[in-house]
Design a protein around this ligand. Structure first.
Ligand SMILES: Nc1nc2c(ncn2[C@@H]2O[C@H](COP(=O)(O)OP(=O)(O)OP(=O)(O)O)[C@@H](O)[C@H]2O)c(=O)[nH]1
Ligand SMILES: [Mg+2]
Ligand SMILES: [Zn+2]
Length: 308
């Protein structure tokens, strides 16, 4: 047995992992038991604190993953009954969307719900503001998220608009940039950290979508913390919380929880539902409630109808 050292996984490269050790980066493979369950929940992800043993000055093997303080987990799109851990030990996420074409609010709600389900702070970032003509009315459409307590930042990686406000939120924190392909996550990181030179992709002119340029997650030391660039997600789903707890992921619903006639109310068709009453009275936005319903239904489909 060699000497065990500790480090943090900063890059995942298929079967290899770059671990920031006490004296620099060590490229590691997985050893033994960890290797056999490489695709399971115990696969190292960026942000993981690990124990490793060196085989040469710059090469080693990960022998253990230390307990995770937090994990950003989403449902696996191809196998919704499985979890996919994107990053460990994060403090917060920045959910990046392109302002043009205008983002789908239901999609934004899903990202926010995933952050809430993982106990992570969420910041919304509307990027490509240089392409927006009427900025004032654009901003007005996202004011509802500020009212819910989510900071909303308006940025341009091209002109530098909003980067100072973004930078302030990142200081000393471990932050993952997540969002659809082509939203400009890598571009924003490049703009924040000159010299970084992360690869940036083109947009498919027909679909307006990105081309999945970033293929590996990476942690970049930044201002006393770390930034994580991540590959664009085709979709994101809430994982790991039972359907009856989904309403907790909607901050505006929390004041009404525990007030429904039935204690196991899912706030759908049940009589005496305090959430639906709040929607009817305009205390909860109908669109957000619809988001709740959609996510709940997806969750139930994913779990094969948990409540049948
Ligand atoms: N006009 C404009 N274009 C931008 C901005 N930010 C990024 N882009 C462009 O959008 C395209 C995609 O940018 P990326 O940074 O690769 O997007 P990404 O979110 O990292 O995409 P994936 O790695 O595929 O997930 C590139 O052509 C960028 O030049 C912006 O603020 N304004
Ligand atoms: Mg990228
Ligand atoms: Zn209810």
């Amino acid at each position: 047995m060699g000497v065990r050292e500790q480090g943090i996984v900063i890059r995942t490269l298929g079967s290899a992992y770059d671990v920031q050790g006490p004296d620099g980066v060590v490229r590691c493979v997985l050893r033994g038991r960890l290797r056999r369950q490489r695709d399971g929940p115990q696969r190292p992800v960026i942000g993981d604190h690990v124990e490793f043993e060196r085989v040469s000055p710059r090469e080693g093997a990960i022998v253990a993953i230390l307990p995770r303080r937090t994990a950003l987990v989403r449902r696996e799109p191809l196998d919704p009954s499985r979890a996919h851990v994107l990053a460990a030990n994060l403090d917060q996420i920045v959910a990046v969307f392109a302002a043009v074409p205008e983002p789908d609010l239901f999609q934004i709600d899903r990202y926010l719900a995933v952050a809430e389900a993982n106990h992570l702070l969420a910041i919304l970032c509307m990027n490509k503001m240089d392409l927006v003509e009427d900025r004032e009315s654009f901003r007005a459409r996202f004011a509802e998220y500020e009212a819910l307590g989510y900071p909303v930042l308006y940025t341009s990686a091209v002109t530098g608009t909003g980067l100072e406000a973004l930078r302030e939120r990142l200081q000393g924190k471990i932050t993952a940039f997540i969002g659809p392909s082509g939203a400009g996550k890598s571009s924003l990181l490049n703009a924040l950290q000159p010299g970084l030179a992360l690869k940036v992709g083109s947009i498919n002119p027909r679909t307006g979508m990105g081309r999945h340029t970033t293929t590996h997650s990476e942690l970049i030391p930044f201002d006393g913390g770390y930034l994580a660039d991540t590959p664009g997600l085709r979709d994101i789903g809430v994982w790991g919380i039972p359907p009856e707890d989904l309403a907790v992921c909607f901050p505006e619903m929390r004041p009404y929880l525990g007030q429904c006639e039935f204690s196991d109310c899912l706030h759908l068709e049940e009589p005496g539902c305090a959430i639906r009453r709040a929607v009817a009275r305009g205390k909860i936005r109908r669109r957000r409630y619809e988001s709740y319903q959609r996510i709940l239904i997806e969750q139930q489909v994913a779990w094969g109808g948990l409540h049948e």
